[in-house]
Every structure is written in structure tokens, then in C-alpha cells.
Ligand binder design. Structure first.
Ligand code: GRF
Length: 201
């Protein structure tokens, strides 16, 4: 199955997926393309090192979100992309994009959804003072961080944790959980029934 990973920054989740593919842990899923909106993103270096094609589009070069997304869709079709994996991509995808790839867009969120939605999931959980937070992998729909949940994993916040140590723990958990969810998708094991995602054996 041909996969495109969308990233905007460090790309540590992209790296985890690249490493998983190299180990044969994506069940034949192949990362063919990395889509990025930031020319200086470290994710692009990671892609280059792994020999993966990159497609960089800056928002300033497009009139609207729809135009931007339509350009991506064109490229995804050229590459026969079957699965879109968002890994720290800091843009909201338009309705036409999501219609085109309905049920084939995944995201990882650094908190236990529906708690702590938005771009500061780790900081918000830390400052709220919860004792348990975690990681969520979910399908992407039109509602921000609101699509059906595929996998979740808990991370405890201990009294001596700082925001930095919590970030490290969350990222480590993301790097374990995201490749697993992608593998399940590639294996055709994810069955969406309304809000619920059943994982077939
Ligand atoms: C991750 O924490 C992910 O949950 C969030 O954005 C961050 C991306 O980190 N959506 P990286 O670029 O994969 O290192």
C-alpha cells in the first residue's frame, strides 16, 4: 500500500514510520512521499536520508486552502497514494480533500482525545494537572481532532515530571503506537462502525 506522510516540523513520527517500514513492521506499507508546508522542516532531511520523495508547498503560494489542497491531491494521485498519514502537519485539511480521501487519513494526537484537543495537547494536559494523559491515533474527519479513535495509550504524569520529561514520554509512546495503527490499516484490520473502530484479528 502506497503511503504519503504529511509533516511540518521535526518529523520524529515520520522517522518512526520510516524505521518501522525498514524493519518490515508496516505489513508491506511503503512510504512513497513526504508532503510538507515548511521548506526548513527537519522532516525533509529525514525523508531525503531515507530516499523518499518530498513535495513542499508553501501556503503563501496559493490563493486558498482549497487550491493548496487540490494541488496536493493531484500529486497524491500521480503517486497512487492510498493512505495519508498526518505526522505533525500543522494545517487543517479542507472538506474536498477529506472527501477525496475519506476513511484514508490518519492522525496522531499527543493526548487522550477528546481531552486536550488542539495544538498544545501536551502542555495543556500538564498545566491542567491531570495524572494520566497519553496518545491517540484517529481517523481524520471534518471535526478538529474529532474522528473515530483507532488506538490510545496512557502515559502517567509523575510528581517529578516537567513539561520536557512529559514530552519525551509522549513522543516515545507516539513512536510505538503510530506504526502499529498504520500496520493495522495496511492489513485491512480497521473496521469503522459509526464512531467506533473495531480492530479485526
Ligand atoms: C507530535 O507530538 C504529534 O502528536 C503532533 O505533532 C507532533 C509532531 O512531532 N500532532 P514530530 O514532527 O513527528 O516530531
Amino acid at each position: 500500500m502506497n503511503i504519503a506522510v504529511f509533516a511540518s516540523g521535526n518529523g520524529s513520527n515520520l522517522q518512526a514510520l520510516i524505521d518501522a517500514e525498514a524493519k518490515g513492521d508496516l505489513a508491506g506499507g511503503r512510504i512513497l512521499l513526504v508532503v510538507c508546508d515548511k521548506p526548513a522542516a527537519f522532516a525533509l532531511e529525514r525523508a531525503g536520508k531515507a530516499g523518499i520523495k518530498t513535495f513542499v508547498l508553501e501556503a503563501k503560494d496559493f490563493k486558498s486552502r482549497e487550491d493548496y489542497d487540490a494541488r496536493i491531491v493531484r500529486r497524491l494521485k500521480e503517486e497512487n497514494i492510498e493512505l495519508v498519514v498526518l505526522a505533525g502537519f500543522m494545517r487543517i485539511l479542507s472538506a474536498p480533500f477529506l472527501e477525496e480521501y475519506e476513511g484514508r487519513v490518519l492522525n496522531v494526537h499527543p493526548a487522550l482525545l477528546p481531552s486536550f484537543k488542539g495544538v498544545h495537547g501536551i502542555k495543556d494536559a500538564f498545566e491542567y494537572g491531570v495524572k494520566v494523559t497519553g496518545v491517540t491515533v484517529h481517523f481524520v474527519n471534518n471535526e478538529l481532532d474529532g474522528g473515530p479513535v483507532i488506538l490510545q495509550s496512557c502515559v502517567r504524569i509523575e510528581p517529578d515530571d516537567t513539561r520536557e520529561t512529559l514530552e519525551e514520554k509522549i513522543h516515545a509512546e507516539e513512536h510505538r503506537l503510530y506504526p502499529e495503527a498504520v500496520r493495522f490499516f495496511v492489513q485491512g484490520k480497521l473496521k469503522v462502525e459509526g464512531r467506533k473502530v473495531r480492530i479485526l484479528n
